[in-house]
Design a protein around this ligand. Structure first.
Ligand SMILES: *Cc1c(COP(=O)(O)O)cnc(C)c1O
Length: 363
């Protein structure tokens, strides 16, 4: 390129591929009635209380939002028991993942994450031209022992997702604790819990924040809370870590309507309970559907499932598009990832999948 080149990290960067929007498929194929099961959104949308809260604040958008995020931090404090100086708000948790890398890693450092982990970890590492240490997965799961062993003298940060996207795999408290004990105190561990609301019985990571000042727990309002379009996430960490994050955070990174919506969403526990039920029922429906088609899947504790279609994932993805169903090929051989939808959406997907793969369901 003859024009001013980007920094060497960014010039090698391949941008994140988002799930295909419904509107795009409508334009391309002239289809209506499209089912999108590609981005792990809540099929119920968001709580009615969120809609009311946002509508009531719409006249306020002429003013800058509260850069300190007081109302949202206060709700997080009430609900999770952390003071404002331990909370960092993000324009989606994606914003936070980028802040973590920018705050703690420079180009001479390395970042550890797992094979088959969330794609953004590799992107934010590459953007600062740091060294990526991708640790082979154990089956489809994070190999926490190997990840601890992979930490080098120049490692500044480890990204872990529990449950992991795109595999849906998870680990238990004892494994995590054993891992944390092996990580040097000067290495930041990011525990990305984007899907924690779906299976809260797994384990409570928040208590480890007391014990490990190098731990950051990252949460999002995009998945179970149903606010993907508004972009809100938050990170809980020690006061020291939080202070660094807030030095690089854009002053108004979370907008006013997003904060108002997030407060209403966090308060509406019934909506979360209902979302969890719909997800459990949908998971059972998809698992039964896969079994009837003779397809293997990876057991999941999130709101999506990775299924082995025993075929080319790109061809399967394209075949499903023509049937009006958007799923996600995720770069894992012969697998696609499907988000759990409503009962009707799941049924449409299963029948489209059978058609595309030329399979017949056996009861
Ligand atoms: C979806 C997702 C996120 C990011 O979601 P935001 O919309 O940016 O909050 C973060 N981590 C994982 C593992 C995810 O799947």
């Amino acid at each position: 390129m003859s024009f001013v080149p980007a920094n060497s990290g960014i010039s090698k960067l391949k941008p994140y591929q988002p799930g295909k929007p419904i509107s795009e498929l409508e334009r391309e194929l002239g289809l209506t009635d499209i089912v999108k099961l590609a981005s792990n959104e809540n099929p119920l949308g968001c709580s009615d209380k969120v809609k009311e809260a946002v509508a009531a604040e719409i006249a306020e958008i002429g003013r800058y939002p509260d850069g300190g995020g007081f109302i949202l931090k206060d709700q997080i404090k009430t609900q999770f028991g952390f003071n404002h100086d331990q909370i960092t708000l993000g324009n989606g948790s994606n914003d936070l993942l980028e802040m973590f890398a920018r705050a703690f890693v420079s180009s001479s450092d390395s970042v550890v994450y797992s094979q088959h982990a969330f794609a953004v970890y590799a992107l934010v590492t590459q953007a600062i031209n740091a060294q990526a240490i991708e640790v082979p997965a154990k089956g489809f799961s994070h190999d926490l022992e190997a990840m601890a062993a992979a930490i080098q003298d120049n490692t500044k940060l480890v990204f872990i997702a529990n449950p992991n996207n795109p595999t849906g795999t998870w680990f238990e408290e004892a494994e995590f604790e054993a891992f944390m004990q092996k990580v040097p105190a000067n290495v930041i561990v990011v525990l990305d819990e984007a899907y924690v609301e779906y299976f809260p019985e797994n384990f409570n990571s928040l208590k480890f924040l007391q014990q490990y000042p190098n731990l950051i727990v990252s949460r999002t309002l995009s998945k179970c809370y149903g606010l993907a379009a508004l972009r809100v996430g938050f990170a809980l960490a020690s006061v020291e870590v939080t202070d660094y994050l807030n030095r690089i955070r854009q002053p108004f990174n979370v907008n006013h309507l997003a904060m108002v919506a997030a407060v209403a969403a966090l308060k509406d526990e019934d909506f979360i309970a209902r979302s969890r039920e719909v997800n459990k029922a949908g998971m059972a429906q998809l698992e039964a559907g896969f079994k009837a088609l003779g397809l293997n899947y990876v057991p999941s504790r999130a709101n999506f499932i990775l299924v082995d279609v025993q075929a080319d994932p790109a061809a399967t993805f394209n075949g499903l598009l023509k049937q009006g169903v958007i799923v996600r090929p995720v770069g894992i051989s012969s697998h696609i990832r499907v988000s759990i939808g409503t009962e009707a959406e799941n049924a449409k997907f299963l029948s489209a999948l059978a058609t595309v793969l030329g399979l017949e369901a056996k009861a």
